[in-house]
Design a protein around this ligand. Structure first.
Ligand SMILES: NC(=O)C1=CN([C@@H]2O[C@H](COP(=O)(O)OP(=O)(O)OC[C@H]3O[C@@H](n4cnc5c(N)ncnc54)[C@H](OP(=O)(O)O)[C@@H]3O)[C@@H](O)[C@H]2O)C=CC1
Ligand SMILES: O=C(CO)COP(=O)(O)O
Length: 332
């Protein structure tokens, strides 16, 4: 893999984030093959080149929409931007198409429900000859697509490769920091979604900003405890992917996870809120995150509260809030 500027990169997943990343990559000088599974939609996108879900943005000429996975996979690197719960299925489809040693840059933010696998684990299990990297941090698809200045972290166990990938797909306004702490970066992105739901519930319930700020500060404490327990580094968790993204999604109603929480806080049921908001990864990650924390003895009261709200138990909001407030205050 040359990881040179001007490289051919396949983006797998033509939803909001995949399309936004395709735009950022094109700005960085890459030739992009943007793959989506809906052939009719991809043909229309190739023809019209207009993306209504990103404010009517027009795709650069160097982005080629396709529904042919083989064509998209014939690249120097791939960016995988499908939901976490679909990642294993997509990786299996890439078997035999992705070249050995191909870097796979993972943009999904979550934990696989049925296995408790982090996103890089899914790649290691399904495409063992490929090299997982994780891209995460505060950045809404629409902001990245419009070229607003944003900063994310790209993690790869091979530090030199990670730095080369960051140079290859980054640009002055799409600032990519790099690290070898894959675990810390993928945990930050997965956990912040769950915790942003809690912030949304508090806001939707009508509590003020003081409540949300307290909740976010305690949320960051538990994200850090979980991250350290599962092998992440403190400086990563306090960086763009952990704290940075928790600030963005925990405070902005543009976040689907926060908005999902707001809907619950206003009294909507889980299914209604999902239908209203679309993909809120934290809904699927909360139960497994809380279970993994409990099994490892990591105290995560806020994540556990979200898991109780959205998981099988469907505990009511009042009971969950009462439980959180009944916790004895302790040393910070
Ligand atoms: N949107 C954002 O601002 C950001 C999103 N992310 C992360 O990116 C990931 C994707 O999110 P986003 O793009 O916003 O979500 P969207 O719902 O906009 O898009 C998801 C895309 O994945 C496709 N997809 C779903 N299941 C499969 C499958 N089994 N096989 C193939 N394709 C599939 C969907 O196809 P179809 O339309 O045919 O259903 C759709 O194009 C999430 O993990 C999210 O957390 C990260 C940072 C920012
Ligand atoms: O991860 C994101 C921005 O960094 C997007 O957040 P939502 O998925 O909550 O919209």
């Amino acid at each position: 893999m040359s990881a040179a500027r001007g490289a051919v990169v396949g983006v797998i997943g033509a939803g909001a984030f995949g399309t936004a990343l395709a735009c950022a990559l094109a700005r960085a000088g890459c030739a992009v093959r943007l793959w989506g599974r809906d052939a009719a939609h991809m043909a229309e996108l190739a023809q019209e080149r207009r993306v209504p879900r990103l404010g009517g943005l027009i795709l650069a000429e160097t982005i080629r929409p396709t529904a042919d996975l083989r064509e998209a996979a014939a690249a120097e690197a791939l960016v995988l931007a499908v939901p976490t719960q679909a990642l294993r299925d997509v990786c299996l489809q890439l078997g035999g198409l992705a070249a050995p040693d191909m870097p796979l840059i993972l943009a999904a933010k979550g934990i696989e429900r049925r296995s408790g696998g982090f996103v890089s684990d899914i790649v290691r299990e399904t495409l063992p000859s490929c090299v997982p990297a994780v891209l995460s941090g505060p950045g809404f698809a629409a902001d990245i697509a419009r070229g607003f200045p944003t900063a994310l972290t790209l993690a790869c166990a091979d530090g030199a490769l990670g730095a080369a990938l960051a140079r290859m797909i980054g640009s002055p306004a799409f600032r990519l920091y790099h690290t070898t702490d894959l675990r810390g970066v993928e945990i930050g992105g997965a956990a912040k979604n769950v915790l942003a739901i809690a912030a949304g519930v508090a806001a939707g319930r009508g509590f003020g900003e003081s409540t949300v700020a307290a909740l976010l500060a305690r949320s960051f404490a538990e994200l850090t405890r979980f991250g350290l327990a599962f092998g992440g580094r403190a400086e990563t968790l306090a960086g763009l992917s952990g704290l940075g993204d928790l600030i963005l999604t925990g405070t902005s109603s543009r976040s689907r996870n926060r908005r999902f929480g707001e809907e619950l806080g206003r009294g909507a049921g889980v299914e209604t809120a999902i239908a209203e908001v679309g993909l809120a990864e934290g809904v699927w990650t909360a139960p497994i995150l809380a279970r993994m924390a409990a099994e490892k003895g990591v105290d995560m009261p806020v994540a556990a509260a979200v898991a109780d709200l959205v998981g099988e138990a469907r505990v009511g909001i009042d009971a969950v809030i009462e439980r959180l407030l009944a916790r004895p205050p302790r040393a910070e």
